[in-house]
Design a protein around this ligand. Structure first.
Ligand code: PHE
Length: 344
């Protein structure tokens, strides 16, 4: 038996060296390890008929030969495969492997769409700091320190001593309105700004994420009045949400606009008749108003010569309203779960 096994190994070594193709290798595999009549397989079947005390020793030897053969097959297979690739036996008519292609996050898609809509009517895209000074977020917007109106913007404060009195504390900007006076300070008039940035507020629940995005329009020119504000928002709403949507302005209060409004749009589900989603046919969309003279003054613009309007609202909220998506938790947008992201 021992001689037989050694013979098999020897013959096999000679034969495998001569193998030149994967097809030949397969024939050889069958010749030695084939289930029915492979040389080694048959020898192993004969083990049973040996004397009892011989079986374990011979069994071990047979196994070693088998491991050796299998290893050699694998090695030769790999070698032949890589040779195949190098020698160019590549078939260009076979279908290629599809490469996975990513896409923009739905919030980025929304931002691009919003800026492009406003670009058509002359708004220039701007971005102002996410880590901002108290001055630009509040003080310059007619909300002096300790003014109760500030509470609405549940703000994150940075633990750092103010570098000067005017700028005050460092914060994470709670709204894109902080870009208004920064834009005015550039000193170029007229202004048509579209500031889309990240904003932060200390609120987290199904409809609030502590980080979200807002887009803010600011127009400063001579003789600007409410009709310009209304026309601009109407233009945007029809382009973004659809021709059939209407808007309405509802009186409201902001410290940095006078008069101030909240903007509602007619509900897309019931078209304004009233349904479960909207109750009375309208959905609340945005804050807006005519720029307060104190804000113009902070931006070194003469309120007797110039006037302007501003509006601002959430990107995520608008996107969800547009798509009719019934996402019951806004935080899903930022969990990076591909099962969600890949749907858009
Ligand atoms: N900044 C306000 C907010 O975050 C919205 C607003 C923008 C209101 C511009 C008036 C003018 O709620």
């Amino acid at each position: 038996m021992k001689g037989k096994l050694e013979q098999i190994k020897k013959e096999f070594q000679k034969e495998i060296e001569a193998v030149k193709s994967l097809a030949d290798l397969e024939i050889l595999d069958n010749k030695y390890l084939g289930r029915k009549s492979g040389a080694l397989t048959s020898a192993m079947k004969e083990l049973k008929s040996l004397a009892k005390e011989e079986i374990p020793k011979m069994g071990q030897l047979a196994n070693e030969v088998k491991i050796f053969l299998t290893g050699e097959f694998e090695k030769t297979k790999k070698k032949l495969k890589s040779q195949d690739q190098i020698s160019g036996s590549f078939d260009p008519t076979l279908p290629g492997t599809e490469q996975p292609i990513g896409h923009l996050h739905l919030v980025s898609q929304a931002i691009r769409e919003i800026s492009s809509i406003f670009e058509h009517i002359g708004f220039q895209r701007a971005r102002y700091p996410e880590v901002e000074w108290d001055y630009y977020a509040f003080e310059a917007l007619n909300m002096p320190i300790s003014h109760p109106a500030r509470d609405e913007w549940e703000t994150f404060f940075i633990d750092q001593k103010p570098i000067n009195k005017k700028l005050g504390q460092r914060i994470l900007t709670p709204h894109t309105s902080s870009g208004q006076v920064r834009e005015m300070e550039k000193g170029i008039l007229p202004i048509r700004m579209m500031n889309i940035s990240k904003t932060y507020r200390r609120q987290i629940d199904a409809s609030h994420s502590p980080m979200f995005h807002q887009f803010e329009g600011l127009v400063i020119d001579k003789d600007i009045n409410i009709t310009h504000l209304k026309g601009t928002i109407e233009y945007f709403v029809k382009r973004f949400f659809g021709e059939n949507r209407e808007i309405r302005l509802r009186p409201h209060h902001f410290q940095f606009t006078e008069p101030s409004f909240e903007v509602d749009i007619s509900c897309g589900v019931c078209e304004g008749r009233g349904c479960k989603l909207c109750k009375e046919g309208w959905l609340e969309l945005a804050g807006a108003g005519l720029v307060h003279p104190n804000v113009l003054k902070a931006g070194k613009i003469d309120p007797n010569k110039y006037s302007g309007f501003a509006f601002g609202w959430g990107v995520e909220r608008s996107y969800l309203m547009k798509s009719g998506l019934n996402i019951d938790d806004i935080r899903l947008l930022y969990k990076n779960d591909l099962r969600v992201i890949n749907q858009f």
